[in-house]
Design a protein around this ligand. Structure first.
Ligand SMILES: *Cc1c(COP(=O)(O)O)cnc(C)c1O
Length: 403
């Protein structure tokens, strides 16, 4: 490389669809990250709910490097041991009996949305093809997944989009009742709307969705790409609610930073994905599967899941204490270590400004929409890093309040 790589390089060589921060991280350990100049950051963003065990967790580094010495890739023309071990673990630990692997959340959802259509076509006929999902939901960025997603800004300019998709109000049973019919093949719900503002579902809403799906012969799909793999304090959020879906998608935290996604379902429904109906070259790749198996192994330990609750409480108490002083948040909400601090009317629309102030204080945080500051730290973040993160968070809040 002849010239020095800087943030300016991004604007010269990258498609301008992202607006990354002004610094470039080069190293991470646990919940700390260092940039090119050696500045140390506290990471409460977790790679958008991905780095579930922080950066460079020693057991994950070992799992990856061990597999890297053995076998990287064979395609699905051949199966491999890591993927079968991972699928065995996922089926032991969840409702699911069958697993399909992808490389991302959008691809896991793409598989789910194709499967529910195919299942309905196999069992009921082509008329039963309507997919219902929630307004303000997020399911990924492929054309099918932005269409099922309930944020019109993500489909603008990309028409014509796939048909047969309708939207209802999140947490509104009457809205779902009015939308569902015997032509509905699936209802898709995020147990906590992540991108939509860290908004947890009401238990009664998910229970009603389950009942309405059963009444109309529709499948219930939970998109747990953001809520899955321990984030909410259970391995999957559906366990927290006691409402079991027919299809579940998982990605983000599944690989702890190595790209992998999965769609989980029952044996009966899986039958509709017969040989040749769907596929992925990389899906279930041995490197990703070896890492994900280790992630699942660690996260499903009772002490790790219990830790999510106590760490979440520590963070929320800290955020509430800061807010008692400055009054910039209307509410702090979420589930487990997926936390949203909702800005008051006075600061509405300024979540992105807040991330820039946080950056000045060497703190990495996220937004969820225009007015929610989102935190999705490592599930094993230390109390010391939480407290240091809160200190920096307070400094950024003070700046916002003073501006
Ligand atoms: C992030 C996310 C996706 C998309 O995952 P990608 O890996 O970015 O494709 C889908 N659904 C939900 C709920 C998400 O949070």
């Amino acid at each position: 490389m002849s010239s020095k790589i800087t943030r300016a390089t991004f604007d010269q060589v990258m498609v301008p669809n992202y607006a990354p921060a002004s610094f470039i991280p080069v190293k991470g350990l646990g919940s700390r990250v260092w940039d090119q100049e050696g500045h140390e950051f506290i990471d409460l963003a977790g790679g958008i709910a991905v780095n579930s065990l922080g950066h460079c967790h020693p057991e994950l580094v070992a799992a990856l490097t061990e597999q890297a010495q053995k076998l990287w890739h064979v395609s699905n023309v051949f199966t491999n041991e890591p993927v079968l071990k991972l699928a065995s673990r996922l089926t032991e630990l969840t409702f699911a009996e069958r697993v399909f692997f992808s490389n991302s959340g959008a691809e896991a959802n793409e598989a789910a949305f194709k499967l529910v259509r195919k299942y309905a076509s196999d069992h009921s006929g082509a008329h039963k093809h309507q997919i219902l999902s929630c307004k303000n939901s997020f399911h990924g960025r492929t054309l099918f997944t932005v269409s099922v997603g309930g944020q019109p800004k993500y489909t603008e300019g990309f028409a014509p989009v796939p048909a047969g998709i309708d939207h209802f109000e999140y947490n509104n049973i009457e809205s779902l009742k009015a939308a569902i019919s015997d032509n509905t093949c699936a209802v898709v719900i995020e147990p906590v709307q992540g991108e939509g503002g860290v908004l947890p579902a009401d238990k009664a809403f998910l229970q009603a969705a389950r009942e309405l799906c059963d009444q109309h012969g529709a499948l219930l799909v939970f998109d747990e790409v953001q809520t899955g793999v321990g984030r909410t304090g259970s391995l999957y959020a559906y366990m927290e609610y006691g409402v079991v879906p027919d299809v579940l998608t998982t990605a983000k935290a599944l690989g702890g930073g190595f790209p992998i996604g999965a769609m989980l379902t029952t044996e009966k429904i899986a039958k509709s994905f017969g040989i040749g109906t769907h596929g992925s070259t990389y899906g279930g790749n041995p490197l990703g599967a070896a890492v994900a198996e280790k992630v699942i192994d660690i996260v499903s330990r009772p002490e790790v899941l219990a830790g999510v609750r106590t760490k979440a409480q520590r963070l929320i108490d800290g955020l509430n204490a800061i807010n008692a002083k400055y009054g910039v948040f209307k509410t702090v909400r979420g589930m487990g270590l997926l936390i949203g601090a909702v800005l008051t009317e006075q600061y509405a629309g300024r979540a992105k400004d807040f991330t820039k102030l946080a950056e000045k204080h060497n703190l990495m945080v996220l937004v969820a929409g225009l007015s929610v500051v989102r935190l999705a730290p490592s599930l094993v973040i230390t109390d010391e890093d939480i407290d240091e993160g809160l200190k920096r968070f307070e400094a950024a809040v003070a700046d916002l309040a003073a501006a």
